[in-house]
Design a protein around this ligand. Structure first.
Ligand code: SF4
Ligand code: SF4
Length: 98
């Protein structure tokens, strides 16, 4: 997730780039509430036809990998009541390499 401080720094340095995210869905945790789909500002997620063990339709990505349209804002991750979805951004990968 990109923090406000990082955004401010990027704008000051003139190095602002739209970040990209990779979305991971833990289908068996999902209860199909659709919040992640409704609140994604880039419409990266749609309801799948699959049914998980609980009998719900988990979300799926509109494209695989979704790196071209997901901006890694983390809204889906924050809003999911069941911790069934998470996002890794370019920044997270850079941090791991450090
Ligand atoms: S990180 Fe943001 S843009 Fe990417 S799928 Fe989640 S809500 Fe959508
Ligand atoms: S917000 Fe979480 S529980 Fe709701 S549909 Fe999305 S992944 Fe499933």
């Amino acid at each position: 997730m990109v923090t406000q401080t990082e955004i401010k720094k990027m704008l000051e340095n003139g190095t602002s780039q739209v970040p990209h995210g990779e979305v991971y869905i833990v289908e068996e945790r999902c209860k199909g509430c659709g919040l992640c789909i409704a609140f994604c500002p880039k419409h990266v997620l749609v309801q799948s036809d699959r049914i998980n063990e609980k009998g719900y339709h988990p979300p799926e990505l509109v494209e695989v990998p979704p790196t071209d349209i997901c901006i890694g804002c983390g809204m889906c991750e924050r809003i999911c009541p069941d911790f069934a979805i998470f996002v890794k951004t370019d920044k997270d990968k850079e941090k791991k390499r450090d």
